[in-house]
Design a protein around this ligand. Structure first.
Ligand SMILES: [Zn+2]
Length: 386
């Protein structure tokens, strides 16, 4: 049989469309929030058996706090010297258990809806059906080595999976990330910002607001001043943003607050800016010298830069899309993914090869069904080429 022409691949995946939708629904129905190990492991077990049925060699990387990470290897006939391509995805979602009863998984208006459907259960479903197709075309053997890694902690920073991702990426010819495409035109992501989270804690001095006001040192007033300073570090032109997304502090309305804190989301486009902002935050000085500041946190995901390797991978993908009759755009985005780690290592990485849709992490999260066959054919083509 052999690998069919692009147009025939597209027709194949159009015939498979309803099966792909069924798989997506199956995966969405199994809720898998990052912080519930049992739940993510339940999804992991289903995926292990589905990829295992295809003939992949399943390996479970046990994790204590998070769900286990799932690795599946597919090897071609004979002893191939070719490096594997790494398909990278995550099983966890941002939605707590029970969300599915409110945000029902359903098919309507040409889309599949539900928690985690776009980010990224449909990406996993695409990988499954693409590998299945490649095995059919190769009469039971894949045409090149493919390694799939599905991690369980991506939505909470990938601390437990990062070393596994990096280890597999080091051996790979390229990394293809199954995160959703950008926008309804289905652009792939060739640059992503680095992401960090910091916590600023202000220690002041408590006092009775009526009897002893003069003796208090308000941590809240100091925090308010610091928030102004932090906002001055924003440089939109350079792609540097800092968002004080959460604050807290104080005990009672009639007590001068001894403690206040802020959580700060930091995004940078340039790796040099990561170190620069880190230094600036750690060097914050109290305006009230009776208060003390404490800064913790880090830029946990370095920026994914559009390196030559990324650009050439995009160029190949663009050619494949053209052969399938569509124009593949690229985008630089603010959100980070595990592709940030692998691109920083210098391994050619292309992100956003998952489904097309809208509303990741939101009530209207959904995937456009009619785009699924073309996304599958694109993924298959890129896997064959890199
Ligand atoms: Zn994601």
């Amino acid at each position: 049989m052999g690998t069919p022409e692009p147009a025939e691949q597209l027709r194949y995946f159009k015939r498979q469309q309803s099966q792909i939708v069924e798989t997506i629904k199956q995966l969405v129905e199994i809720e898998s929030p990052s912080d519930v190990k049992q739940a993510v492991d339940r999804l992991g077990a289903v995926l292990a058996s589905r990829f295992g049925e295809l003939g992949g060699r399943v390996r479970v990387h046990k994790a204590e706090k998070f769900g286990n990470h799932l690795q599946v290897d597919f090897k071609p006939r004979g002893s191939s010297q070719q490096k594997p391509v790494l398909l990278l995805g995550h099983m966890d979602t941002v939605y707590p258990i029970g969300t599915i009863s409110r945000m029902k998984c359903r098919v309507a208006k040409g889309r599949v809806w539900g928690p985690g459907v776009l980010d990224m259960k449909s990406g996993i479903a695409l990988a499954l059906h693409v590998v299945e197709a490649m095995l059919r075309w190769g009469r039971g053997k894949i045409s090149r080595p493919v390694t799939l890694l599905l991690v369980s902690d991506e939505e909470v920073g990938s601390k437990s999976s990062r070393a596994i991702t990096e280890g597999l990426a080091r051996q790979a010819s390229a990394v293809l990330v199954l995160e959703p495409a950008f926008g309804l035109h289905g652009a792939v992501k060739t640059a992503r910002k680095g992401v960090g989270e910091y916590r600023l804690t202000v220690h002041g001095k408590a006092a009775h607001s009526g009897l002893d006001f003069e003796n208090g040192q308000s941590a809240i007033i100091e925090l308010a001043n610091q928030i102004q300073e932090i906002s001055k570090l924003v440089d939109s032109q350079r792609g540097i943003t800092l968002n004080v997304g959460k604050i807290g502090g104080g005990t009672r309305v009639n007590v001068v607050p001894a403690e206040a804190h802020a959580l700060i989301d930091v995004r940078v486009a340039d790796p040099n800016d990561a170190a620069h902002i880190d230094r600036k935050l750690r060097a914050l000085k109290p305006s009230n010298l009776q208060c003390r500041l404490e800064v913790s946190g880090e830029i946990g995901r370095p920026p994914m830069e559009r390196t030559a390797g990324v650009a050439s991978l995009y160029a190949k993908a663009k050619q494949i899309a053209a052969a399938l009759g569509s124009e593949l755009r690229e985008a630089a985005v603010g959100g980070g993914s595990d592709g940030n780690f692998t691109a920083t290592m210098g391994v050619p990485t292309l992100d956003g090869l998952g489904a097309v849709g809208e509303g990741a992490h939101a009530e209207h999260e959904s995937v456009v069904i009619s785009e699924l066959p073309a996304r599958a054919a694109l993924l298959a083509g890129v896997i064959e080429t890199v």
